[in-house]
Design a protein around this ligand. Structure first.
Ligand code: MBD
Ligand code: FE
Length: 297
C-alpha cells in the first residue's frame, strides 16, 4: 500500500478558456494565475502554486489527477509497490516534475485509463497569499488533511478500480444503493485523510470526470455561489441538499465543460466504520437531466 495523503491537484482540458476564467472566479471564487504559458493557466484555492492546471484543448474533461505522498522515500516506495502489483508506471523527468511545480512524480494510469500522477513536494507560494476571484467570507477547505476536494470518476471495471485506489492507500466501500434510469447503482467512496471521500465511482459516466466537489469553510460562500449560479441561469442537476455519507450541504451545476461542479459546506470527517444509505438527508432534488447524475438521492 502506497499511502497517498491527499488529492493534491487536477489537470483539466477545456475548449473555452475565457468561459472557464469567468466561471472559476465569479461562480466559484478561485484565483487565476497566469504564468505566461499560452496553452494553459492555473487556478488557485490556497497558497499552493495551483490546485488546477487548465489546458486549452477539445476534450472538456479531466486529464490527470495528482495524488500526494510525503517525501522522496515514499515516492520510491510507491514505485516498488506499483511494480510488484504489475502496474506500469514511469518516473517523470526533471522537466516533467518542473512542469507540475513539484519535486518528483510518477506517471501511471488507473484501470479506466485516467492519467494518474503520484508526487511529492508541491510548490507552496507563501509569498503569494490566496486572493479569491470574487469576494469571500471564508476560504476553500483544503490542507494536508483535506486535499482540494473530491472527484467522481468513470470506472469501467469497478472491482479493478477499487483495487487500484486501495493500492494507492485509499479506504472505503459502497456507501449507497441508488435508483437510476439504468437500474440500481452502488457507488463506492474512498478516503485517504479527513475528507470523507477524495474519489468516488460507480455511477455511469461518459467523461473521465462526472463531477468535482470543492468545499467552503463558510456557509455564506456556498450561498453566494448558489445565488450567482441561479442568477446566471446555469443548469442545476441536483438542487441544494445534504448528503447522508459526508453530511455536506451541496448543489451540482454545470461547468463550461459540461461536467458538473458540486459546491459544498459542512462535511464531517471520514470514518473507517462503513455504512450505506438509500437516500440523502434532504434536498438534492433533480432539476436539469442528462448531465450525468440522473440519480434519485
Ligand atoms: C457525494 O459527494 C456524491 O457526489 C454523491 C452522488 C453521493 C454522496 C456524496
Ligand atoms: Fe460528490
Amino acid at each position: 500500500m502506497i499511502g497517498v495523503t491527499e488529492l493534491g491537484y487536477v489537470g483539466l482540458e477545456v475548449a473555452d478558456p475565457a468561459a472557464w476564467k469567468d466561471y472559476a472566479t465569479q461562480c466559484v471564487g478561485m484565483e487565476i494565475l497566469d504564468d505566461g504559458e499560452s496553452d494553459r493557466f492555473y487556478l488557485r484555492m490556497d497558497n499552493w502554486h495551483h490546485r488546477f492546471v487548465v489546458h486549452t484543448g477539445q476534450r472538456d474533461d479531466m486529464v490527470y489527477m495528482g495524488w500526494r505522498v510525503p517525501d522522496a522515500q515514499a515516492l520510491e516506495r510507491a514505485e516498488r509497490v506499483l511494480k510488484e502489483a504489475g502496474i506500469d508506471c514511469r518516473v517523470a523527468t526533471p522537466e516533467e516534475a518542473a512542469e507540475r511545480h513539484v519535486l518528483g512524480l510518477l506517471k501511471l494510469h488507473d484501470p479506466s485509463g485516467i492519467p494518474t500522477e503520484i508526487f511529492w513536494g508541491p510548490r507552496v507560494d507563501m509569498h503569494l497569499p490566496f486572493h479569491p476571484g470574487r469576494r469571500m467570507h471564508g476560504r476553500f477547505l483544503t490542507g494536508e488533511r483535506q486535499g482540494l476536494g473530491h472527484c467522481l470518476i468513470q470506472a469501467k471495471d469497478p472491482v479493478a478500480t477499487y483495487k487500484f485506489y486501495s493500492l494507492l492507500g485509499l479506504k472505503g466501500a459502497i456507501e449507497y444503493h441508488l435508483q437510476t434510469p439504468m437500474g440500481l447503482a452502488k457507488p463506492v467512496f474512498m478516503h485517504c485523510n479527513d475528507r470523507q471521500h477524495s474519489v468516488a465511482f460507480g455511477i455511469p459516466s461518459d467523461k473521465m470526470l462526472n463531477h468535482m466537489m470543492l468545499e467552503y469553510t463558510e456557509l455564506n460562500d456556498l450561498g453566494f455561489s448558489h445565488d450567482i449560479v441561479r442568477k446566471r441561469g446555469i443548469p442545476v442537476a441536483l438542487q441544494l441538499g445534504k448528503h447522508s455519507n459526508d453530511q455536506a450541504l451541496t448543489f451540482y451545476s454545470a461547468t463550461p465543460s459540461g461536467w458538473l461542479m458540486e459546491l459544498g459546506w459542512g462535511a464531517v470527517p471520514s470514518n473507517d466504520n462503513q455504512q450505506y444509505h438509500l437516500l440523502d438527508v434532504f434536498g438534492h432534488g433533480p432539476e436539469a437531466t442528462g448531465m450525468g447524475l440522473d440519480v434519485e438521492l
